[in-house]
Design a protein around this ligand. Structure first.
Ligand SMILES: [Zn+2]
Ligand SMILES: [Zn+2]
Length: 402
Protein backbone atom coordinates (compact mmCIF):
# COMPACT_ATOMS: atom_id res chain seq x y z
CA UNK A 1 0.00 0.00 0.00
CA UNK A 2 1.47 3.35 -1.03
CA UNK A 3 1.56 6.22 1.44
CA UNK A 4 -0.92 9.05 0.98
CA UNK A 5 0.81 12.30 0.08
CA UNK A 6 -2.04 14.67 0.79
CA UNK A 7 -5.57 13.56 -0.12
CA UNK A 8 -6.59 10.32 -1.77
CA UNK A 9 -10.06 10.51 -3.28
CA UNK A 10 -11.99 7.35 -4.18
CA UNK A 11 -15.21 7.37 -6.17
CA UNK A 12 -17.31 4.50 -4.83
CA UNK A 13 -20.61 5.62 -6.35
CA UNK A 14 -21.33 8.28 -8.98
CA UNK A 15 -24.75 7.16 -10.21
CA UNK A 16 -27.69 9.49 -9.86
CA UNK A 17 -31.04 8.34 -8.53
CA UNK A 18 -30.44 4.59 -8.68
CA UNK A 19 -27.70 1.96 -8.96
CA UNK A 20 -27.27 0.31 -12.33
CA UNK A 21 -25.60 -2.83 -13.58
CA UNK A 22 -24.61 -3.00 -17.27
CA UNK A 23 -27.13 -4.98 -19.34
CA UNK A 24 -26.22 -8.00 -21.45
CA UNK A 25 -26.36 -5.77 -24.53
CA UNK A 26 -23.97 -3.26 -22.93
CA UNK A 27 -21.57 -5.98 -21.78
CA UNK A 28 -21.56 -7.42 -25.30
CA UNK A 29 -20.88 -3.99 -26.79
CA UNK A 30 -17.99 -3.57 -24.38
CA UNK A 31 -16.66 -7.04 -25.23
CA UNK A 32 -16.90 -6.32 -28.93
CA UNK A 33 -14.76 -3.18 -28.54
CA UNK A 34 -12.17 -5.15 -26.58
CA UNK A 35 -12.06 -7.93 -29.16
CA UNK A 36 -11.72 -5.49 -32.03
CA UNK A 37 -8.88 -3.63 -30.28
CA UNK A 38 -7.07 -6.87 -29.51
CA UNK A 39 -7.30 -8.19 -33.06
CA UNK A 40 -6.26 -4.83 -34.48
CA UNK A 41 -3.17 -4.74 -32.30
CA UNK A 42 -2.21 -8.35 -33.06
CA UNK A 43 -2.45 -7.88 -36.81
CA UNK A 44 -0.70 -4.50 -36.69
CA UNK A 45 2.12 -6.23 -34.82
CA UNK A 46 2.30 -9.02 -37.40
CA UNK A 47 2.20 -6.53 -40.26
CA UNK A 48 5.18 -4.76 -38.74
CA UNK A 49 7.17 -7.99 -38.80
CA UNK A 50 6.42 -8.93 -42.40
CA UNK A 51 9.06 -8.77 -45.10
CA UNK A 52 9.08 -6.30 -48.01
CA UNK A 53 6.74 -8.63 -49.94
CA UNK A 54 4.23 -8.46 -47.09
CA UNK A 55 4.80 -12.10 -46.12
CA UNK A 56 5.64 -13.45 -42.71
CA UNK A 57 8.59 -15.77 -42.72
CA UNK A 58 8.39 -17.15 -39.19
CA UNK A 59 6.70 -19.83 -37.13
CA UNK A 60 3.89 -19.02 -34.68
CA UNK A 61 6.27 -19.78 -31.81
CA UNK A 62 8.76 -17.25 -33.14
CA UNK A 63 6.03 -14.68 -33.59
CA UNK A 64 4.55 -14.95 -30.13
CA UNK A 65 7.80 -15.76 -28.35
CA UNK A 66 7.21 -19.38 -27.36
CA UNK A 67 4.75 -22.26 -27.49
CA UNK A 68 0.99 -21.57 -27.40
CA UNK A 69 0.64 -21.59 -23.63
CA UNK A 70 -1.22 -19.23 -21.37
CA UNK A 71 2.04 -17.76 -20.04
CA UNK A 72 3.39 -17.01 -23.53
CA UNK A 73 0.08 -15.59 -24.72
CA UNK A 74 -0.27 -13.39 -21.64
CA UNK A 75 3.30 -12.13 -22.08
CA UNK A 76 2.55 -11.37 -25.74
CA UNK A 77 -0.72 -9.62 -24.80
CA UNK A 78 1.18 -7.59 -22.23
CA UNK A 79 3.44 -6.15 -24.93
CA UNK A 80 0.46 -4.81 -26.88
CA UNK A 81 -0.84 -1.37 -26.07
CA UNK A 82 -4.59 -1.93 -25.75
CA UNK A 83 -6.57 0.96 -24.22
CA UNK A 84 -8.80 0.05 -21.27
CA UNK A 85 -12.48 0.13 -22.09
CA UNK A 86 -14.45 2.62 -20.07
CA UNK A 87 -17.02 0.91 -17.88
CA UNK A 88 -19.92 2.99 -16.61
CA UNK A 89 -22.53 2.36 -13.98
CA UNK A 90 -22.43 1.14 -10.41
CA UNK A 91 -23.61 2.52 -7.12
CA UNK A 92 -25.21 5.77 -6.05
CA UNK A 93 -23.24 8.66 -4.57
CA UNK A 94 -20.41 7.89 -2.19
CA UNK A 95 -16.93 9.39 -2.25
CA UNK A 96 -14.18 8.63 0.26
CA UNK A 97 -11.23 10.85 1.09
CA UNK A 98 -8.24 9.47 2.94
CA UNK A 99 -5.96 12.15 4.34
CA UNK A 100 -2.21 11.99 4.84
CA UNK A 101 -2.72 12.60 8.56
CA UNK A 102 -4.79 9.43 8.81
CA UNK A 103 -8.44 10.48 8.64
CA UNK A 104 -11.24 8.86 6.69
CA UNK A 105 -13.86 11.26 5.34
CA UNK A 106 -16.90 10.10 3.40
CA UNK A 107 -19.16 12.27 1.26
CA UNK A 108 -22.69 10.82 1.14
CA UNK A 109 -23.91 7.33 1.90
CA UNK A 110 -25.52 6.17 -1.33
CA UNK A 111 -25.34 2.48 -2.17
CA UNK A 112 -21.57 2.88 -2.77
CA UNK A 113 -21.14 3.30 0.98
CA UNK A 114 -21.53 -0.45 1.54
CA UNK A 115 -18.34 -1.18 -0.45
CA UNK A 116 -16.58 1.90 0.89
CA UNK A 117 -17.28 0.95 4.51
CA UNK A 118 -15.92 -2.54 3.92
CA UNK A 119 -12.62 -1.07 2.72
CA UNK A 120 -12.49 1.30 5.69
CA UNK A 121 -13.07 -1.50 8.21
CA UNK A 122 -10.38 -3.59 6.56
CA UNK A 123 -7.97 -0.68 6.77
CA UNK A 124 -8.74 -0.11 10.46
CA UNK A 125 -8.28 -3.82 11.21
CA UNK A 126 -4.95 -3.79 9.38
CA UNK A 127 -3.76 -0.71 11.26
CA UNK A 128 -4.67 -2.34 14.53
CA UNK A 129 -2.90 -5.58 13.63
CA UNK A 130 0.24 -3.66 12.58
CA UNK A 131 0.32 -1.83 15.92
CA UNK A 132 2.33 0.97 14.32
CA UNK A 133 0.35 3.73 16.00
CA UNK A 134 -1.40 4.21 19.33
CA UNK A 135 -4.04 6.41 17.78
CA UNK A 136 -7.67 5.27 17.78
CA UNK A 137 -8.41 5.10 14.04
CA UNK A 138 -11.98 3.94 14.42
CA UNK A 139 -13.54 7.34 13.75
CA UNK A 140 -15.32 7.91 10.46
CA UNK A 141 -16.38 11.42 9.45
CA UNK A 142 -19.35 11.44 7.09
CA UNK A 143 -20.53 14.64 5.40
CA UNK A 144 -24.01 14.45 3.92
CA UNK A 145 -25.34 16.51 1.04
CA UNK A 146 -29.11 16.03 1.33
CA UNK A 147 -31.81 13.66 2.43
CA UNK A 148 -32.74 11.96 -0.86
CA UNK A 149 -32.71 8.19 -0.80
CA UNK A 150 -29.87 7.80 -3.33
CA UNK A 151 -27.59 9.64 -0.85
CA UNK A 152 -28.55 7.69 2.29
CA UNK A 153 -29.56 4.20 1.10
CA UNK A 154 -26.21 2.53 1.79
CA UNK A 155 -26.03 3.48 5.45
CA UNK A 156 -27.68 0.48 7.07
CA UNK A 157 -25.73 -2.00 4.92
CA UNK A 158 -22.33 -0.63 5.94
CA UNK A 159 -20.04 -2.92 7.95
CA UNK A 160 -18.72 0.08 9.85
CA UNK A 161 -22.06 0.41 11.71
CA UNK A 162 -21.88 -3.00 13.34
CA UNK A 163 -18.86 -2.81 15.63
CA UNK A 164 -19.21 -1.09 19.02
CA UNK A 165 -15.63 0.19 18.80
CA UNK A 166 -16.48 2.33 15.76
CA UNK A 167 -17.44 5.99 16.01
CA UNK A 168 -19.51 7.38 13.14
CA UNK A 169 -19.66 11.18 13.06
CA UNK A 170 -22.30 12.52 10.67
CA UNK A 171 -22.15 16.20 9.67
CA UNK A 172 -25.10 17.36 7.57
CA UNK A 173 -28.14 19.56 7.41
CA UNK A 174 -31.13 18.69 9.58
CA UNK A 175 -33.00 16.90 6.78
CA UNK A 176 -30.11 14.50 6.19
CA UNK A 177 -29.79 13.67 9.90
CA UNK A 178 -33.56 13.25 10.02
CA UNK A 179 -33.61 10.91 7.01
CA UNK A 180 -31.19 8.55 8.78
CA UNK A 181 -32.74 8.95 12.20
CA UNK A 182 -36.41 8.51 11.40
CA UNK A 183 -35.76 5.08 9.88
CA UNK A 184 -32.92 3.90 12.14
CA UNK A 185 -33.14 6.04 15.29
CA UNK A 186 -29.34 6.13 15.48
CA UNK A 187 -29.14 9.64 16.99
CA UNK A 188 -32.36 10.05 18.98
CA UNK A 189 -32.85 6.39 19.92
CA UNK A 190 -36.47 6.84 18.95
CA UNK A 191 -38.33 5.67 15.86
CA UNK A 192 -41.88 6.54 14.95
CA UNK A 193 -43.68 3.20 15.44
CA UNK A 194 -45.33 3.61 12.03
CA UNK A 195 -41.90 3.59 10.35
CA UNK A 196 -40.15 0.95 12.44
CA UNK A 197 -39.18 -2.01 10.27
CA UNK A 198 -41.02 -0.66 7.23
CA UNK A 199 -38.04 0.26 5.09
CA UNK A 200 -35.33 -1.88 6.68
CA UNK A 201 -35.29 -4.51 9.40
CA UNK A 202 -32.44 -2.63 11.08
CA UNK A 203 -32.50 0.06 13.72
CA UNK A 204 -30.13 1.53 16.32
CA UNK A 205 -30.82 -1.43 18.63
CA UNK A 206 -29.17 -3.71 16.06
CA UNK A 207 -26.41 -1.27 15.07
CA UNK A 208 -23.84 -1.23 17.87
CA UNK A 209 -21.47 1.46 16.52
CA UNK A 210 -21.47 4.82 18.30
CA UNK A 211 -23.23 7.50 16.26
CA UNK A 212 -22.62 11.22 16.69
CA UNK A 213 -24.52 13.91 14.82
CA UNK A 214 -23.52 17.45 13.98
CA UNK A 215 -26.13 19.64 12.33
CA UNK A 216 -24.80 22.18 9.85
CA UNK A 217 -27.01 25.26 9.88
CA UNK A 218 -26.70 28.92 9.04
CA UNK A 219 -26.10 30.65 12.40
CA UNK A 220 -26.85 34.02 10.81
CA UNK A 221 -30.43 33.16 9.90
CA UNK A 222 -31.04 30.16 12.15
CA UNK A 223 -28.95 30.36 15.33
CA UNK A 224 -29.20 27.32 17.60
CA UNK A 225 -31.17 28.09 20.74
CA UNK A 226 -29.86 25.09 22.66
CA UNK A 227 -26.56 23.29 22.91
CA UNK A 228 -28.09 20.08 21.56
CA UNK A 229 -31.44 18.48 20.85
CA UNK A 230 -32.83 14.99 20.32
CA UNK A 231 -31.43 14.88 16.77
CA UNK A 232 -28.30 17.02 16.82
CA UNK A 233 -25.57 16.27 19.35
CA UNK A 234 -24.03 19.55 18.34
CA UNK A 235 -24.23 22.32 15.75
CA UNK A 236 -21.84 23.73 13.21
CA UNK A 237 -22.13 27.10 11.52
CA UNK A 238 -22.57 26.84 7.77
CA UNK A 239 -20.32 29.88 7.37
CA UNK A 240 -17.32 28.33 9.10
CA UNK A 241 -14.85 25.70 7.95
CA UNK A 242 -15.02 22.32 9.69
CA UNK A 243 -11.56 20.96 10.50
CA UNK A 244 -10.92 17.21 10.38
CA UNK A 245 -7.25 16.97 11.33
CA UNK A 246 -5.36 19.09 8.82
CA UNK A 247 -8.20 19.02 6.28
CA UNK A 248 -10.92 21.68 6.30
CA UNK A 249 -14.37 21.29 4.78
CA UNK A 250 -16.31 24.42 3.88
CA UNK A 251 -20.03 23.68 3.42
CA UNK A 252 -22.23 25.78 1.16
CA UNK A 253 -25.84 25.61 0.04
CA UNK A 254 -26.65 24.56 -3.51
CA UNK A 255 -30.02 24.44 -5.30
CA UNK A 256 -32.14 21.28 -5.18
CA UNK A 257 -35.74 20.36 -4.23
CA UNK A 258 -34.48 19.23 -0.79
CA UNK A 259 -31.99 21.53 1.01
CA UNK A 260 -28.60 20.39 -0.21
CA UNK A 261 -24.98 21.12 0.71
CA UNK A 262 -21.84 21.14 -1.38
CA UNK A 263 -18.36 21.09 0.19
CA UNK A 264 -15.06 22.72 -0.65
CA UNK A 265 -12.33 20.53 0.81
CA UNK A 266 -8.86 21.94 1.36
CA UNK A 267 -5.60 20.42 2.48
CA UNK A 268 -1.96 21.18 1.72
CA UNK A 269 -2.86 23.96 -0.72
CA UNK A 270 -5.05 21.61 -2.81
CA UNK A 271 -8.78 22.02 -3.35
CA UNK A 272 -11.46 19.44 -4.12
CA UNK A 273 -15.06 20.64 -4.55
CA UNK A 274 -17.93 18.18 -4.14
CA UNK A 275 -21.26 19.29 -5.56
CA UNK A 276 -23.77 16.57 -6.21
CA UNK A 277 -27.45 17.33 -6.91
CA UNK A 278 -27.48 20.98 -7.90
CA UNK A 279 -29.61 22.57 -10.59
CA UNK A 280 -28.65 25.60 -12.58
CA UNK A 281 -32.26 26.33 -13.41
CA UNK A 282 -33.18 27.16 -17.00
CA UNK A 283 -36.63 28.63 -16.43
CA UNK A 284 -38.25 31.13 -18.80
CA UNK A 285 -38.98 33.84 -16.19
CA UNK A 286 -35.88 35.50 -14.81
CA UNK A 287 -37.76 36.95 -11.81
CA UNK A 288 -39.19 33.58 -10.69
CA UNK A 289 -38.13 33.07 -7.03
CA UNK A 290 -36.72 29.60 -7.80
CA UNK A 291 -34.76 31.03 -10.72
CA UNK A 292 -33.24 33.68 -8.46
CA UNK A 293 -32.43 31.12 -5.76
CA UNK A 294 -30.81 28.83 -8.32
CA UNK A 295 -28.62 31.60 -9.73
CA UNK A 296 -27.55 32.64 -6.23
CA UNK A 297 -26.59 29.05 -5.45
CA UNK A 298 -24.69 28.78 -8.75
CA UNK A 299 -22.80 31.94 -7.79
CA UNK A 300 -21.83 30.40 -4.42
CA UNK A 301 -20.68 27.26 -6.19
CA UNK A 302 -18.58 29.34 -8.60
CA UNK A 303 -16.92 31.19 -5.74
CA UNK A 304 -16.09 27.95 -3.97
CA UNK A 305 -14.82 26.35 -7.18
CA UNK A 306 -12.56 29.20 -8.30
CA UNK A 307 -9.17 27.72 -9.33
CA UNK A 308 -10.05 24.38 -7.75
CA UNK A 309 -7.90 21.38 -8.60
CA UNK A 310 -10.80 18.92 -8.79
CA UNK A 311 -14.53 19.49 -9.10
CA UNK A 312 -17.10 16.71 -8.87
CA UNK A 313 -20.37 18.10 -10.14
CA UNK A 314 -23.86 17.04 -11.06
CA UNK A 315 -24.39 17.05 -14.83
CA UNK A 316 -27.26 14.63 -15.25
CA UNK A 317 -28.73 16.01 -18.47
CA UNK A 318 -27.83 17.40 -21.83
CA UNK A 319 -29.62 20.65 -22.49
CA UNK A 320 -31.83 19.08 -25.15
CA UNK A 321 -32.95 16.51 -22.54
CA UNK A 322 -33.48 19.16 -19.86
CA UNK A 323 -35.70 21.08 -22.25
CA UNK A 324 -37.73 17.94 -22.93
CA UNK A 325 -36.89 17.75 -26.63
CA UNK A 326 -35.16 14.40 -26.23
CA UNK A 327 -35.76 11.55 -23.81
CA UNK A 328 -33.11 9.57 -21.93
CA UNK A 329 -33.37 5.87 -22.72
CA UNK A 330 -36.73 6.63 -24.33
CA UNK A 331 -37.76 8.59 -27.41
CA UNK A 332 -40.19 10.68 -25.36
CA UNK A 333 -38.72 13.78 -23.82
CA UNK A 334 -40.03 15.35 -20.65
CA UNK A 335 -39.06 18.74 -19.24
CA UNK A 336 -36.53 18.36 -16.40
CA UNK A 337 -37.12 21.83 -15.01
CA UNK A 338 -37.08 21.61 -11.19
CA UNK A 339 -35.86 18.03 -11.11
CA UNK A 340 -32.83 19.45 -9.32
CA UNK A 341 -30.05 18.62 -11.77
CA UNK A 342 -27.84 20.55 -14.16
CA UNK A 343 -26.98 20.39 -17.86
CA UNK A 344 -23.57 19.16 -18.93
CA UNK A 345 -23.13 22.20 -21.21
CA UNK A 346 -23.58 24.53 -18.21
CA UNK A 347 -21.09 22.53 -16.17
CA UNK A 348 -18.47 22.94 -18.90
CA UNK A 349 -19.05 26.71 -19.09
CA UNK A 350 -18.92 27.08 -15.34
CA UNK A 351 -15.74 24.99 -14.94
CA UNK A 352 -13.99 27.01 -17.66
CA UNK A 353 -15.09 30.32 -16.11
CA UNK A 354 -13.86 29.20 -12.69
CA UNK A 355 -10.61 27.80 -14.08
CA UNK A 356 -11.17 24.37 -12.54
CA UNK A 357 -8.28 22.14 -13.56
CA UNK A 358 -10.13 18.82 -13.67
CA UNK A 359 -13.91 18.38 -13.68
CA UNK A 360 -15.64 15.06 -13.13
CA UNK A 361 -19.26 15.13 -14.21
CA UNK A 362 -21.36 12.79 -12.09
CA UNK A 363 -24.83 11.90 -10.84
CA UNK A 364 -25.46 10.06 -14.08
CA UNK A 365 -28.99 9.43 -15.17
CA UNK A 366 -29.68 5.72 -14.61
CA UNK A 367 -31.51 5.53 -17.94
CA UNK A 368 -28.55 6.74 -20.00
CA UNK A 369 -27.08 3.78 -21.79
CA UNK A 370 -23.49 2.78 -22.07
CA UNK A 371 -22.88 3.71 -25.73
CA UNK A 372 -24.22 7.20 -25.08
CA UNK A 373 -21.91 7.65 -22.11
CA UNK A 374 -19.00 6.49 -24.23
CA UNK A 375 -19.93 9.04 -26.86
CA UNK A 376 -20.26 11.76 -24.19
CA UNK A 377 -16.86 10.94 -22.75
CA UNK A 378 -15.25 11.14 -26.19
CA UNK A 379 -16.89 14.54 -26.68
CA UNK A 380 -15.53 15.66 -23.31
CA UNK A 381 -12.08 14.44 -24.29
CA UNK A 382 -12.14 16.66 -27.37
CA UNK A 383 -13.36 19.57 -25.23
CA UNK A 384 -10.40 18.97 -22.89
CA UNK A 385 -7.97 19.08 -25.80
CA UNK A 386 -9.48 22.37 -27.03
CA UNK A 387 -9.50 24.13 -23.67
CA UNK A 388 -6.46 22.75 -21.83
CA UNK A 389 -8.74 21.97 -18.87
CA UNK A 390 -9.78 18.39 -18.18
CA UNK A 391 -13.37 17.15 -18.35
CA UNK A 392 -14.63 13.61 -18.05
CA UNK A 393 -17.59 11.61 -16.88
CA UNK A 394 -17.04 10.39 -13.34
CA UNK A 395 -16.59 6.64 -13.21
CA UNK A 396 -16.83 4.36 -10.23
CA UNK A 397 -13.55 3.06 -8.78
CA UNK A 398 -11.61 6.11 -9.92
CA UNK A 399 -8.87 6.95 -7.42
CA UNK A 400 -7.24 10.38 -7.43
CA UNK A 401 -4.09 11.44 -5.62
CA UNK A 402 -4.40 15.12 -4.85
ZN1 LIG B 1 -29.21 12.35 -6.04
ZN1 LIG C 1 -31.44 14.69 -4.79
Amino acid sequence: MTAIENLKIHFYGVQGSGSIYPSLKERRACQSINEYELLKQVFTDLQGRAGPDGRLNATIEELIGGPLTRTTLEAYRHRLDIPTTRIYGGWTTCIRIETADGYDIVLDCGSGFRVCAKDIVQKWNRLEADQTSDRDHRHLHIFGSHSHYDHTEGFDQAAVCFDPRNHIHVYANRQYLQALDQILGIFSHQIDFRLKGVQTPLSYELMPAQFHSCEIRDFQTDPPTRERDELANRYQDLNQGIPIGETTLYPFEVFHPSPCLGYRIERGGKVFVFCTDHELRRGAESDHPLQIASLEAEERLCQQSMDADILYRDGQFLQIEYDGDLGIGSPHGVSRLDWGHSCIEDVLDMAARCNVKHTYIGHHDPNRDWSERNWLDETLQRKSEQTGLRFELARAETVIDL
